[in-house]
Design a binder for this molecule. Structure first.
Ligand SMILES: [Zn+2]
Ligand SMILES: [Zn+2]
Ligand SMILES: [Zn+2]
Length: 261
């Protein structure tokens, strides 16, 4: 693990449909509070001159523009659900600006899915201007380095699917979790700043709800915890935030964290 400080930016904190939801007139979807407007879940992580994105969903372009991202060293994918990968075509400006392929790091199964869903990228003769992706398989529980970032991938249960969470020193990022295997509980011990998903209030087969996320946070016992991958059924930011235990927060799009790792 490195000993520098990292900066994380919540690119998006919404569940797969985003908030507001198309056509919905609930109080959250009609809210004018920017904290109630959530693009699809993704995170930017920076250390020194190194900058990576975790997931590239349908809002990737908008997220890069909003944060003024000019260079990107890699994209890490948690899993192959559409809300986490379908924006990959929009790495093209980075290909052109940086004159290199974009490294995409994920489980081998997830890379297979990228290959089939973005088949035009992997044609023998791709059309000029197609994105250039370099697919790099990750092994769970094997640390790797991207520039100045030291990263530990670990397995997370997402319904019937195994997905990845990532640990950067004392900072741990988990999205799309329902269960955590014992080996991963070990792997995240000592986490001081935790990001974890909390969908809404009812039970869900592949995501923690708020009650389960709060119990999970009690077990991990970080100094601070941020909830992400939030549905409009969670309720308004201004109503829910005061009900959370101290040190636990609903994350907001654009929110920035600085963590001494
Ligand atoms: Zn998701
Ligand atoms: Zn709604
Ligand atoms: Zn998912």
């Amino acid at each position: 693990m490195n000993s520098a400080s990292i900066r994380a930016v919540f690119l998006g904190t919404g569940t797969s449909q985003g908030v507001p939801v198309i056509g919905c007139d609930c109080a959250v979807c009609r809210s004018q509070d920017p904290n109630d407007q959530r693009l699809r879940t993704a995170l930017l992580v920076e250390c020194g001159a190194t900058r990576i994105a975790i997931d590239a969903g349908p809002d990737f372009r908008q997220q890069m523009l909003r944060e003024g991202v000019q260079t990107l060293d890699a994209v890490l994918l948690t899993h192959e659900h559409n809300d986490h990968i379908i924006g990959l075509d929009d790495v093209r400006p980075f290909n052109f600006r940086q004159h290199k392929n974009m490294p995409i790091l994920a489980l081998p199964r997830v890379l297979d899915s990228v290959r089939s869903r973005f088949a035009y990228v992997f044609d023998a003769n791709p059309y000029p201007g197609a994105p250039r992706l370099e697919l790099l398989p990750l092994q769970p529980f094997q640390s790797f380095q991207i520039g100045e970032l030291s990263i530990l991938p670990f397995l997370v249960g997402h319904g019937g699917m195994e997905v990845l969470g990532f640990r950067f020193g004392s900072f741990t990022y988990i999205t799309d979790m329902k269960t955590l295997p014992a080996e991963s509980r070990e792997a995240i011990k000592g986490t001081e700043v935790l990001v974890v998903n909390a969908l809404h209030h009812k039970p869900h087969y592949s995501h923690l709800n708020l009650e389960e996320a709060l119990e999970f946070i009690r077990q991990v016992n970080p100094r601070e915890a941020y909830l992400t991958h939030i549905s409009h059924h969670m309720g308004k930011y201004a109503d829910i935030s005061p009900q959370l235990p101290s040190g636990v927060f609903l994350a907001s799009d654009g929110q920035k964290l600085k963590v001494n790792t």
